[in-house]
Design a protein around this ligand. Structure first.
Ligand code: PLP
Length: 490
């Protein structure tokens, strides 16, 4: 199996001059190119921080007016204090200025937020969007009732369209709003997969899964007598594709796999894994919790049957996320929660359900946060997910090399294809000790099992220290991390 086709390899990006923006063509991901993106963003090019007077909210997003640049080009020979790199055409200072919390001081030091795999920070465009909703649009979503109901419905449904565009779904009817990845996986498990299962049927997962992509399958396996099969990984933390292929048999009913491992940062070859499952007639759910903020995602190109992600991991609010499902699967699935909104007719004898996605959205949804999620996706779209992927990959390559200078530091997860995550253990220190030492230096990282105990135990560990990068992080922040660890290790 080759893995180079679905994501640029470390070699490609760290080689002579890195990959150009043209080579990282958004077209390759089935996304709009720079010109089309500029046209999409054009209505939002108003003054920074101002809001439209019109009740129809127009978010302020980063204009794509600057020339593309590469981080390493701008740092070469300039030394400390030089201008920060750009992400695509946008200077990093300008991006960081949009995230007020990045100017926070903790422990008397500037905050360095390297806990992005746990949650990301929100730009003020998202905070403004929530404020605007509550000040101008707040209502339940019953379009015909009155003016505010129409505004709230428009905001909610516009966010659904934004989510669909962002992940390349055919349309908004394929997007179910959920609380987050966890609820999305539970929904797919209970509504679609459970009714398919008989005793002895099999569900394939991978060793890299977050507990959110293990426990929901265990629950339905216990209820139905189905069995979980687990695809193993090699010593770098990448899937052993041939072993994965061997797991399929006539009892295989479903596959659920992470796009990016939250514990190791491994980018799984989900395109190839999905194609293989489909060749055996088996549908696939892709857990995109750790991919959507780091790389372009196109569910149609991936041919995923379901795809789930959480708003808070892609610069949006907590309590909102999305489940994408192919139309025929959403139609076949049974609702697992009943209530208002999800029905078209109710008598005491029987209920006629609404069409998807409303069929799965019982009760009042998280309307304001859906609008906030739409604003977050507009924000990163204006910068360009392909630009974010390219910048972050260079930062990850730089950080990986710098961390290797720390004596006694053992990286956990060294796959060729990685995103964001730099898990490690340090000789002579417990992971909590390292986490606390970093916290005293103002550096926020996660130290523990990251809700992924099976993969850490595979490496003989109960926990790691896990810095995780986002596109607003700087090489200087990586330097501060390494400096603190060097002081600890000596
Ligand atoms: C890969 C992966 N899947 C699922 C989840 C669960 O996400 P949430 O807690 O937002 O539902 C996470 C959270 O860290 C994750 O990293």
């Amino acid at each position: 199996m080759t893995t180079g086709s679905w994501f640029p390899s470390s070699d490609a990006l760290s080689g002579a001059g890195g990959l150009s923006n043209a080579q990282l063509s958004p077209r390759a991901y089935g996304l709009p190119d720079e010109r089309e993106l500029a046209a999409l963003a054009a209505p939002y090019f108003g003054d920074w921080g101002t809001q439209a007077d019109s009740p129809a909210y127009a978010p302020s997003v980063v204009p794509l007016d600057a020339a593309p640049g590469r981080p390493q080009d701008q740092r070469a020979g300039e030394g400390r204090g030089a201008a920060l790199p750009r992400v695509g055409g946008v200077p990093l200072e300008r991006i960081r200025a949009d995230f007020p919390i990045l100017s926070e001081r903790v422990e008397g030091k500037p905050l360095i937020w390297l806990d992005n795999a746990a949650t990301t920070q929100r730009p003020r465009q998202v905070v403004d969007r929530l404020t605007y909703f509550y000040e101008h649009e707040n209502s339940n979503v019953h379009r015909g009732a009155h003016v505010l109901a129409a505004r709230a419905t428009d905001a909610y449904e516009a966010a659904r369209e934004t989510v669909a565009r962002f992940i390349g779904a055919p349309g908004p009817e394929n997007i179910v709003f959920v609380r987050g990845t966890t609820e999305g996986i539970n929904l797919a498990a209970q509504s679609y997969v459970k009714p398919l299962l008989a005793p002895g049927d099999e569900i394939i997962l991978t060793l890299l899964e977050h507990h959110a992509n293990i426990v929901p399958w265990q629950l339905i396996a216990q209820e139905t007598g189905a069995v979980l099969r687990v695809a193993p990984v090699d010593e770098t933390g990448q899937i052993l594709f041939s072993e994965y292929a061997k797991l399929f048999n006539s009892r295989t009913r479903f596959v659920s796999l992470a796009h990016v491992s939250n514990a190791l940062g491994t980018v799984l070859p989900v395109g190839e894994m999905t194609a293989l499952a489909h060749s055996r007639g088996v549908p696939v759910l892709v857990d995109g919790a750790q991919s959507v903020s780091h790389m372009p995602v196109n569910v149609t190109a991936l041919d995923a049957d379901f795809f789930v992600f959480s708003g808070h991991k892609v610069f949006g609010p907590t309590g909102i996320g999305a489940l994408y499902g192919k139309t025929e699967l959403l139609e076949a699935a049974k609702p697992y929660q009943g209530g208002g909104n999800m029905i078209s007719d109710v008598t005491f004898e029987r209920t006629v359900y609404n069409k998807p996605p409303q069929k799965f959205e019982a009760g009042t949804g998280n309307i304001a946060d859906a609008a906030g999620l739409g604003a977050a996706l507009d924000y990163v779209t204006a910068i360009g997910m392909e630009n974010i992927a390219a910048y972050e990959h260079e930062l990850l390559t730089y950080a990986t090399a710098e961390l290797a200078r720390v004596p006694g530091l053992r990286p956990i997860g060294t796959a060729a294809q990685k995103a964001s995550v730099l898990s490690f253990v340090l000789d002579g220190y417990g992971v909590a000790d390292v986490g606390q030492a970093l916290s005293r230096a103002g550096i926020a990282v996660r130290a523990g099992h990251h809700c992924a105990q099976p993969i850490l135990r595979h490496f003989g560990l109960e926990g790691t220290v896990r810095p995780s990068l986002a596109f607003y992080n700087t090489p200087e922040e990586v330097d501060a991390l390494v400096k603190t660890l060097l002081a600890l290790a000596h």
